[in-house]
Design a protein around this ligand. Structure first.
Ligand code: NAD
Length: 421
Protein backbone atom coordinates (compact mmCIF):
# COMPACT_ATOMS: atom_id res chain seq x y z
CA UNK A 1 0.00 0.00 0.00
CA UNK A 2 1.44 3.43 -0.90
CA UNK A 3 2.45 5.34 2.25
CA UNK A 4 -0.04 8.18 1.53
CA UNK A 5 -2.88 5.62 1.70
CA UNK A 6 -1.67 4.04 4.96
CA UNK A 7 -4.83 4.49 7.08
CA UNK A 8 -2.96 4.98 10.34
CA UNK A 9 -0.80 7.68 8.79
CA UNK A 10 -4.01 9.34 7.56
CA UNK A 11 -5.56 9.13 11.06
CA UNK A 12 -2.42 10.72 12.55
CA UNK A 13 -2.41 13.50 9.92
CA UNK A 14 -6.06 14.27 10.64
CA UNK A 15 -5.30 14.49 14.35
CA UNK A 16 -2.22 16.67 13.71
CA UNK A 17 -4.29 19.09 11.66
CA UNK A 18 -6.99 19.39 14.34
CA UNK A 19 -4.35 19.69 17.08
CA UNK A 20 -2.67 22.55 15.26
CA UNK A 21 -5.94 24.42 14.55
CA UNK A 22 -7.26 24.03 18.12
CA UNK A 23 -3.89 24.61 19.83
CA UNK A 24 -3.94 21.22 21.59
CA UNK A 25 -1.50 20.77 24.48
CA UNK A 26 1.59 19.02 23.00
CA UNK A 27 1.66 16.36 25.75
CA UNK A 28 -1.97 15.42 25.08
CA UNK A 29 -1.20 15.41 21.34
CA UNK A 30 1.69 12.96 21.80
CA UNK A 31 -0.45 10.56 23.91
CA UNK A 32 -3.21 10.70 21.30
CA UNK A 33 -0.93 10.02 18.28
CA UNK A 34 -0.41 6.35 19.28
CA UNK A 35 -2.65 3.56 20.60
CA UNK A 36 -2.66 2.79 24.31
CA UNK A 37 -2.44 -1.00 23.75
CA UNK A 38 -1.83 -3.17 20.64
CA UNK A 39 -2.34 -6.90 20.62
CA UNK A 40 -1.33 -9.33 17.84
CA UNK A 41 -2.54 -12.92 18.23
CA UNK A 42 -2.24 -16.19 16.31
CA UNK A 43 -5.29 -18.42 16.16
CA UNK A 44 -4.94 -22.09 15.14
CA UNK A 45 -8.08 -23.50 13.49
CA UNK A 46 -8.58 -27.08 12.27
CA UNK A 47 -10.01 -26.65 8.76
CA UNK A 48 -12.36 -28.93 6.80
CA UNK A 49 -9.42 -30.65 5.07
CA UNK A 50 -8.21 -31.84 8.51
CA UNK A 51 -5.18 -29.51 8.51
CA UNK A 52 -4.64 -26.77 11.09
CA UNK A 53 -4.38 -23.27 9.63
CA UNK A 54 -2.92 -20.43 11.69
CA UNK A 55 -4.72 -17.09 11.37
CA UNK A 56 -3.37 -13.75 12.51
CA UNK A 57 -5.62 -11.40 14.49
CA UNK A 58 -5.35 -7.98 16.10
CA UNK A 59 -7.04 -6.00 18.85
CA UNK A 60 -6.07 -2.39 19.40
CA UNK A 61 -7.29 -0.36 22.38
CA UNK A 62 -6.59 3.20 21.36
CA UNK A 63 -7.72 5.23 24.36
CA UNK A 64 -10.00 4.59 27.33
CA UNK A 65 -9.90 7.94 29.18
CA UNK A 66 -13.65 8.45 28.60
CA UNK A 67 -14.77 4.85 29.31
CA UNK A 68 -14.22 1.21 28.27
CA UNK A 69 -12.64 0.84 24.83
CA UNK A 70 -15.26 0.11 22.14
CA UNK A 71 -15.04 -1.03 18.55
CA UNK A 72 -15.88 -3.68 15.98
CA UNK A 73 -14.06 -6.74 14.66
CA UNK A 74 -13.38 -7.13 10.93
CA UNK A 75 -12.73 -10.40 9.09
CA UNK A 76 -10.86 -9.38 5.93
CA UNK A 77 -8.21 -10.94 3.66
CA UNK A 78 -6.33 -7.62 3.46
CA UNK A 79 -6.60 -6.77 7.15
CA UNK A 80 -3.51 -5.07 8.56
CA UNK A 81 -2.39 -3.78 11.92
CA UNK A 82 -2.20 -0.23 10.58
CA UNK A 83 -5.81 -0.39 9.39
CA UNK A 84 -6.93 -1.65 12.80
CA UNK A 85 -4.89 1.07 14.54
CA UNK A 86 -6.49 3.76 12.37
CA UNK A 87 -9.97 2.40 12.92
CA UNK A 88 -9.38 2.27 16.69
CA UNK A 89 -8.34 5.95 16.64
CA UNK A 90 -11.47 6.83 14.65
CA UNK A 91 -13.58 4.91 17.22
CA UNK A 92 -12.07 7.08 19.96
CA UNK A 93 -13.16 10.25 18.14
CA UNK A 94 -16.51 8.71 17.25
CA UNK A 95 -17.56 7.82 20.81
CA UNK A 96 -16.28 11.19 22.00
CA UNK A 97 -18.14 13.20 19.35
CA UNK A 98 -21.34 11.30 20.20
CA UNK A 99 -20.56 12.02 23.86
CA UNK A 100 -21.22 8.43 24.96
CA UNK A 101 -19.12 7.00 27.83
CA UNK A 102 -16.69 4.89 25.82
CA UNK A 103 -13.14 5.04 24.51
CA UNK A 104 -12.02 3.55 21.19
CA UNK A 105 -10.81 0.12 20.05
CA UNK A 106 -10.88 -2.10 16.95
CA UNK A 107 -10.10 -5.70 16.05
CA UNK A 108 -9.48 -7.71 12.93
CA UNK A 109 -8.51 -11.13 11.61
CA UNK A 110 -6.76 -11.76 8.29
CA UNK A 111 -9.09 -14.30 6.69
CA UNK A 112 -11.33 -14.82 3.69
CA UNK A 113 -14.79 -15.69 5.01
CA UNK A 114 -15.93 -16.55 1.45
CA UNK A 115 -13.56 -19.56 1.53
CA UNK A 116 -14.70 -20.80 4.98
CA UNK A 117 -17.64 -22.93 6.08
CA UNK A 118 -19.73 -22.22 9.19
CA UNK A 119 -17.83 -24.62 11.47
CA UNK A 120 -14.51 -23.02 10.51
CA UNK A 121 -15.92 -19.53 11.09
CA UNK A 122 -17.24 -20.53 14.49
CA UNK A 123 -13.90 -22.09 15.46
CA UNK A 124 -12.04 -18.96 14.32
CA UNK A 125 -14.43 -16.65 16.22
CA UNK A 126 -14.07 -18.69 19.43
CA UNK A 127 -10.29 -18.93 18.99
CA UNK A 128 -10.05 -15.13 18.69
CA UNK A 129 -11.95 -14.66 21.96
CA UNK A 130 -9.73 -17.20 23.73
CA UNK A 131 -6.73 -15.21 22.46
CA UNK A 132 -7.97 -11.76 23.54
CA UNK A 133 -10.34 -12.85 26.36
CA UNK A 134 -8.11 -11.55 29.17
CA UNK A 135 -8.13 -8.08 27.68
CA UNK A 136 -11.86 -7.55 27.09
CA UNK A 137 -14.94 -7.24 29.31
CA UNK A 138 -18.02 -5.01 29.75
CA UNK A 139 -15.96 -2.45 31.68
CA UNK A 140 -12.69 -2.94 29.76
CA UNK A 141 -13.18 -3.33 26.02
CA UNK A 142 -16.42 -4.22 24.22
CA UNK A 143 -16.19 -5.62 20.64
CA UNK A 144 -18.97 -5.50 18.00
CA UNK A 145 -19.56 -6.54 14.37
CA UNK A 146 -17.94 -4.79 11.41
CA UNK A 147 -16.89 -5.79 7.87
CA UNK A 148 -17.72 -9.47 7.21
CA UNK A 149 -18.67 -10.19 10.82
CA UNK A 150 -22.28 -10.82 11.84
CA UNK A 151 -24.65 -11.03 14.85
CA UNK A 152 -24.17 -14.83 14.72
CA UNK A 153 -20.42 -14.38 15.08
CA UNK A 154 -21.04 -12.05 18.05
CA UNK A 155 -23.22 -14.74 19.68
CA UNK A 156 -20.43 -17.35 19.35
CA UNK A 157 -17.94 -14.86 20.73
CA UNK A 158 -20.16 -13.98 23.70
CA UNK A 159 -20.68 -17.69 24.40
CA UNK A 160 -16.92 -18.31 24.35
CA UNK A 161 -16.36 -15.38 26.71
CA UNK A 162 -19.08 -16.74 29.04
CA UNK A 163 -17.25 -20.10 29.04
CA UNK A 164 -14.03 -18.34 30.09
CA UNK A 165 -15.55 -16.22 32.90
CA UNK A 166 -18.11 -18.91 33.83
CA UNK A 167 -21.13 -16.64 33.99
CA UNK A 168 -23.47 -14.84 31.57
CA UNK A 169 -21.95 -11.55 30.47
CA UNK A 170 -24.01 -10.15 27.57
CA UNK A 171 -22.47 -6.66 27.97
CA UNK A 172 -19.06 -7.97 26.81
CA UNK A 173 -20.03 -7.67 23.14
CA UNK A 174 -22.68 -5.80 21.16
CA UNK A 175 -24.42 -6.39 17.85
CA UNK A 176 -25.74 -9.72 19.16
CA UNK A 177 -28.90 -11.41 17.82
CA UNK A 178 -32.12 -10.50 19.68
CA UNK A 179 -32.35 -14.07 21.07
CA UNK A 180 -29.21 -13.48 23.13
CA UNK A 181 -29.75 -9.94 24.41
CA UNK A 182 -29.22 -7.91 21.29
CA UNK A 183 -31.03 -4.59 21.06
CA UNK A 184 -34.04 -3.74 18.96
CA UNK A 185 -32.92 -1.34 16.24
CA UNK A 186 -29.22 -2.28 16.47
CA UNK A 187 -29.00 -4.03 13.10
CA UNK A 188 -29.89 -0.90 11.12
CA UNK A 189 -28.67 1.74 13.59
CA UNK A 190 -25.54 2.65 11.55
CA UNK A 191 -27.56 3.45 8.45
CA UNK A 192 -30.43 4.96 10.45
CA UNK A 193 -28.04 7.35 12.20
CA UNK A 194 -26.41 8.22 8.85
CA UNK A 195 -29.79 9.03 7.39
CA UNK A 196 -30.72 11.28 10.32
CA UNK A 197 -27.50 13.17 9.49
CA UNK A 198 -28.49 13.15 5.79
CA UNK A 199 -31.86 14.68 6.73
CA UNK A 200 -30.17 17.49 8.70
CA UNK A 201 -27.53 18.13 6.01
CA UNK A 202 -30.18 18.18 3.27
CA UNK A 203 -32.01 20.91 5.21
CA UNK A 204 -28.76 22.92 5.44
CA UNK A 205 -28.08 22.55 1.70
CA UNK A 206 -31.68 22.99 0.57
CA UNK A 207 -31.83 19.49 -0.99
CA UNK A 208 -35.34 18.01 -1.23
CA UNK A 209 -34.94 14.33 -0.34
CA UNK A 210 -38.13 13.37 -2.23
CA UNK A 211 -36.63 14.42 -5.56
CA UNK A 212 -32.92 13.96 -4.82
CA UNK A 213 -30.86 11.23 -6.53
CA UNK A 214 -28.73 9.07 -4.26
CA UNK A 215 -25.87 6.62 -5.01
CA UNK A 216 -24.72 4.08 -2.42
CA UNK A 217 -21.40 2.22 -2.63
CA UNK A 218 -21.68 -1.14 -0.83
CA UNK A 219 -24.57 -3.56 -0.28
CA UNK A 220 -23.68 -4.89 3.18
CA UNK A 221 -25.06 -3.99 6.57
CA UNK A 222 -24.41 -0.26 6.15
CA UNK A 223 -25.13 0.13 2.42
CA UNK A 224 -28.20 -2.06 2.13
CA UNK A 225 -29.97 -0.39 5.04
CA UNK A 226 -28.94 3.04 3.73
CA UNK A 227 -30.73 2.10 0.52
CA UNK A 228 -33.90 0.64 2.09
CA UNK A 229 -34.22 3.33 4.78
CA UNK A 230 -33.70 6.20 2.30
CA UNK A 231 -36.83 4.99 0.57
CA UNK A 232 -38.73 4.15 3.75
CA UNK A 233 -37.98 7.29 5.77
CA UNK A 234 -37.87 9.96 3.05
CA UNK A 235 -39.30 8.39 -0.12
CA UNK A 236 -35.87 9.12 -1.62
CA UNK A 237 -34.68 7.71 -4.94
CA UNK A 238 -31.54 5.53 -4.79
CA UNK A 239 -30.43 5.31 -8.42
CA UNK A 240 -27.14 3.41 -8.01
CA UNK A 241 -25.75 0.75 -5.69
CA UNK A 242 -22.71 -1.52 -5.77
CA UNK A 243 -20.84 -4.39 -4.16
CA UNK A 244 -17.27 -5.62 -4.59
CA UNK A 245 -18.06 -6.86 -8.14
CA UNK A 246 -19.38 -3.54 -9.46
CA UNK A 247 -22.42 -1.26 -9.58
CA UNK A 248 -25.88 -1.04 -11.09
CA UNK A 249 -27.59 2.24 -12.08
CA UNK A 250 -31.23 3.01 -12.87
CA UNK A 251 -32.46 6.58 -13.14
CA UNK A 252 -35.96 5.52 -12.06
CA UNK A 253 -34.66 3.93 -8.84
CA UNK A 254 -33.68 0.37 -7.91
CA UNK A 255 -36.04 -2.35 -6.75
CA UNK A 256 -35.10 -4.24 -3.56
CA UNK A 257 -36.64 -7.57 -4.59
CA UNK A 258 -34.72 -7.45 -7.89
CA UNK A 259 -31.48 -6.52 -6.11
CA UNK A 260 -31.86 -9.41 -3.71
CA UNK A 261 -32.68 -11.78 -6.56
CA UNK A 262 -29.55 -10.62 -8.39
CA UNK A 263 -27.48 -11.19 -5.26
CA UNK A 264 -28.92 -14.71 -4.71
CA UNK A 265 -28.79 -15.79 -8.37
CA UNK A 266 -25.49 -14.24 -9.45
CA UNK A 267 -23.71 -13.29 -6.22
CA UNK A 268 -23.66 -9.60 -7.16
CA UNK A 269 -26.03 -6.64 -7.54
CA UNK A 270 -24.61 -6.41 -11.07
CA UNK A 271 -26.85 -9.36 -12.00
CA UNK A 272 -29.84 -6.93 -11.64
CA UNK A 273 -32.39 -7.26 -14.40
CA UNK A 274 -32.54 -3.94 -16.29
CA UNK A 275 -30.60 -0.82 -15.38
CA UNK A 276 -27.05 -0.06 -16.48
CA UNK A 277 -23.89 -1.79 -15.25
CA UNK A 278 -21.24 0.57 -13.85
CA UNK A 279 -17.86 0.06 -12.24
CA UNK A 280 -17.42 1.20 -8.64
CA UNK A 281 -15.37 4.15 -9.96
CA UNK A 282 -18.24 5.20 -12.24
CA UNK A 283 -20.73 4.95 -9.36
CA UNK A 284 -18.65 7.40 -7.32
CA UNK A 285 -18.56 9.84 -10.23
CA UNK A 286 -22.24 9.52 -11.21
CA UNK A 287 -24.58 12.56 -11.53
CA UNK A 288 -26.31 12.39 -8.16
CA UNK A 289 -27.17 14.84 -5.37
CA UNK A 290 -25.99 12.60 -2.53
CA UNK A 291 -23.19 10.03 -2.55
CA UNK A 292 -23.00 7.49 0.28
CA UNK A 293 -19.73 5.50 0.33
CA UNK A 294 -20.69 2.51 2.52
CA UNK A 295 -18.11 -0.16 1.63
CA UNK A 296 -14.36 0.24 2.30
CA UNK A 297 -11.66 2.87 2.85
CA UNK A 298 -9.76 5.06 0.31
CA UNK A 299 -12.48 5.24 -2.34
CA UNK A 300 -12.41 9.01 -2.97
CA UNK A 301 -8.79 10.06 -3.39
CA UNK A 302 -6.73 12.88 -4.95
CA UNK A 303 -7.22 11.05 -8.28
CA UNK A 304 -11.03 11.17 -8.47
CA UNK A 305 -12.11 13.93 -6.01
CA UNK A 306 -12.42 16.49 -8.81
CA UNK A 307 -14.77 14.11 -10.68
CA UNK A 308 -17.30 13.75 -7.86
CA UNK A 309 -20.61 15.31 -8.88
CA UNK A 310 -22.64 15.02 -5.65
CA UNK A 311 -23.46 18.06 -3.49
CA UNK A 312 -23.29 15.99 -0.32
CA UNK A 313 -20.94 13.09 0.51
CA UNK A 314 -22.05 11.06 3.51
CA UNK A 315 -19.20 8.87 4.73
CA UNK A 316 -21.07 5.84 6.04
CA UNK A 317 -17.96 3.63 5.56
CA UNK A 318 -14.85 4.21 7.64
CA UNK A 319 -12.11 6.22 5.92
CA UNK A 320 -13.59 6.33 2.39
CA UNK A 321 -12.18 9.82 1.68
CA UNK A 322 -8.41 10.48 1.83
CA UNK A 323 -7.14 13.79 3.34
CA UNK A 324 -6.13 15.25 -0.06
CA UNK A 325 -9.56 14.38 -1.46
CA UNK A 326 -11.22 15.91 1.61
CA UNK A 327 -9.52 19.24 0.80
CA UNK A 328 -10.48 19.08 -2.89
CA UNK A 329 -14.14 18.33 -2.08
CA UNK A 330 -14.18 21.18 0.44
CA UNK A 331 -12.64 23.63 -2.07
CA UNK A 332 -15.21 22.56 -4.66
CA UNK A 333 -18.04 23.43 -2.23
CA UNK A 334 -19.10 19.80 -1.73
CA UNK A 335 -20.23 19.11 1.84
CA UNK A 336 -18.29 16.00 2.88
CA UNK A 337 -19.45 14.80 6.29
CA UNK A 338 -16.89 12.68 8.13
CA UNK A 339 -17.19 8.98 8.90
CA UNK A 340 -17.00 9.30 12.66
CA UNK A 341 -20.06 11.57 12.61
CA UNK A 342 -22.07 9.86 9.84
CA UNK A 343 -21.62 6.22 10.91
CA UNK A 344 -21.69 6.82 14.66
CA UNK A 345 -25.26 5.40 14.74
CA UNK A 346 -23.66 1.93 14.92
CA UNK A 347 -21.76 2.60 18.10
CA UNK A 348 -24.62 4.64 19.57
CA UNK A 349 -26.87 1.59 18.95
CA UNK A 350 -24.18 -0.56 20.58
CA UNK A 351 -24.11 1.80 23.55
CA UNK A 352 -27.89 1.34 23.96
CA UNK A 353 -27.44 -2.44 23.75
CA UNK A 354 -24.75 -2.33 26.46
CA UNK A 355 -26.90 -0.10 28.71
CA UNK A 356 -29.82 -2.52 28.33
CA UNK A 357 -27.57 -5.56 29.00
CA UNK A 358 -26.18 -4.02 32.15
CA UNK A 359 -29.64 -3.06 33.43
CA UNK A 360 -31.40 -6.22 32.20
CA UNK A 361 -34.24 -4.01 30.93
CA UNK A 362 -35.05 -3.81 27.22
CA UNK A 363 -36.54 -0.99 25.12
CA UNK A 364 -38.77 -1.12 22.03
CA UNK A 365 -37.28 -0.14 18.64
CA UNK A 366 -38.99 3.27 18.43
CA UNK A 367 -37.45 4.27 21.75
CA UNK A 368 -34.01 3.24 20.44
CA UNK A 369 -34.47 5.27 17.22
CA UNK A 370 -35.71 8.37 19.09
CA UNK A 371 -32.72 8.30 21.43
CA UNK A 372 -30.38 7.75 18.46
CA UNK A 373 -31.92 10.66 16.54
CA UNK A 374 -31.42 12.99 19.51
CA UNK A 375 -27.74 12.11 20.00
CA UNK A 376 -26.66 12.12 16.34
CA UNK A 377 -28.62 15.25 15.41
CA UNK A 378 -26.82 17.03 18.24
CA UNK A 379 -23.45 15.72 16.96
CA UNK A 380 -24.24 17.16 13.51
CA UNK A 381 -25.32 20.52 14.99
CA UNK A 382 -22.19 20.65 17.22
CA UNK A 383 -19.98 19.91 14.20
CA UNK A 384 -21.55 22.58 12.00
CA UNK A 385 -21.55 25.21 14.78
CA UNK A 386 -17.88 24.54 15.60
CA UNK A 387 -17.06 24.84 11.89
CA UNK A 388 -18.96 28.14 11.73
CA UNK A 389 -17.22 29.49 14.84
CA UNK A 390 -13.78 28.84 13.27
CA UNK A 391 -14.86 30.06 9.82
CA UNK A 392 -16.18 33.29 11.39
CA UNK A 393 -12.81 33.80 13.10
CA UNK A 394 -11.18 33.57 9.66
CA UNK A 395 -9.81 29.99 10.01
CA UNK A 396 -11.69 28.03 7.36
CA UNK A 397 -12.01 24.39 8.44
CA UNK A 398 -13.68 21.27 7.04
CA UNK A 399 -16.53 19.52 8.91
CA UNK A 400 -14.02 16.72 9.63
CA UNK A 401 -11.62 19.08 11.39
CA UNK A 402 -14.56 20.61 13.32
CA UNK A 403 -15.69 17.17 14.47
CA UNK A 404 -12.07 16.30 15.40
CA UNK A 405 -11.77 19.48 17.49
CA UNK A 406 -14.89 18.60 19.53
CA UNK A 407 -13.86 14.95 19.98
CA UNK A 408 -10.18 15.51 20.73
CA UNK A 409 -10.97 18.28 23.19
CA UNK A 410 -13.26 15.95 25.19
CA UNK A 411 -10.67 13.14 25.29
CA UNK A 412 -7.87 15.58 26.20
CA UNK A 413 -9.98 17.03 29.03
CA UNK A 414 -10.74 13.51 30.36
CA UNK A 415 -7.01 12.61 30.27
CA UNK A 416 -6.19 15.88 32.04
CA UNK A 417 -8.81 15.22 34.75
CA UNK A 418 -7.33 11.73 35.26
CA UNK A 419 -3.86 13.27 35.63
CA UNK A 420 -2.37 11.63 32.49
CA UNK A 421 -0.57 14.87 31.66
P1 NAD B 1 -20.40 -5.61 5.13
O1 NAD B 1 -19.36 -6.64 5.16
O2 NAD B 1 -21.76 -5.96 5.59
O3 NAD B 1 -20.53 -5.05 3.63
C1 NAD B 1 -19.47 -4.54 2.91
C2 NAD B 1 -19.98 -4.25 1.51
O4 NAD B 1 -18.94 -3.60 0.76
C3 NAD B 1 -20.35 -5.51 0.70
O5 NAD B 1 -21.51 -5.24 -0.04
C4 NAD B 1 -19.15 -5.69 -0.24
O6 NAD B 1 -19.51 -6.35 -1.43
C5 NAD B 1 -18.79 -4.24 -0.49
N1 NAD B 1 -17.42 -4.09 -0.98
C6 NAD B 1 -16.30 -4.73 -0.55
N2 NAD B 1 -15.24 -4.32 -1.28
C7 NAD B 1 -15.70 -3.40 -2.16
C8 NAD B 1 -15.09 -2.62 -3.16
N3 NAD B 1 -13.79 -2.72 -3.44
N4 NAD B 1 -15.88 -1.76 -3.84
C9 NAD B 1 -17.20 -1.67 -3.59
N5 NAD B 1 -17.82 -2.39 -2.65
C10 NAD B 1 -17.09 -3.24 -1.95
O7 NAD B 1 -19.80 -4.36 5.92
P2 NAD B 1 -20.61 -3.17 6.62
O8 NAD B 1 -20.86 -3.55 8.02
O9 NAD B 1 -21.72 -2.75 5.72
O10 NAD B 1 -19.47 -2.04 6.64
C11 NAD B 1 -19.24 -1.18 5.53
C12 NAD B 1 -18.47 0.04 6.00
O11 NAD B 1 -19.21 0.69 7.03
C13 NAD B 1 -17.10 -0.27 6.61
O12 NAD B 1 -16.21 0.77 6.31
C14 NAD B 1 -17.39 -0.33 8.09
O13 NAD B 1 -16.22 -0.07 8.85
C15 NAD B 1 -18.41 0.79 8.19
N6 NAD B 1 -19.24 0.71 9.38
C16 NAD B 1 -20.12 -0.31 9.59
C17 NAD B 1 -20.87 -0.35 10.76
C18 NAD B 1 -21.90 -1.42 11.01
O14 NAD B 1 -22.61 -1.32 12.02
N7 NAD B 1 -22.06 -2.39 10.14
C19 NAD B 1 -20.72 0.65 11.71
C20 NAD B 1 -19.81 1.69 11.49
C21 NAD B 1 -19.08 1.70 10.30
Amino acid sequence: MPEELNPFKIAQEQLDEAASVMGLDEQAHQILREPMRTLTVTIPVKMKDGKTHTFQGFRVQYNDARGPAKGGIRFHPQESLDTVKALSAWMTWKTSLANIPFGGAKGGIICDTKQMNEDELQALSRGYIRAIGKFIGPNIDIPAPDVYTTPQIMAWMMDEYDNIVRHNEPGVITGKPLEVWGSEGRSDSTAMGGLFVMREAAKTLGIDLKTAKIAVQGFGNAGKYAYTLSKKLFGANVVAISDSEGAIYDDKGLDLAKLEKAKTDTGSVQGYEGGKKLTNEQLLESEVDILIPAAIENQITGKNADKINAKLVLELANGPVTPDADKILHERGILDLPDFLVNSGGVIGSYFEWVQNINGYYWPADEVYQKLDKIITKSFADTMSTKKAYDDKGTKITPRTAAYIIAVDRVAKAMKARGWY
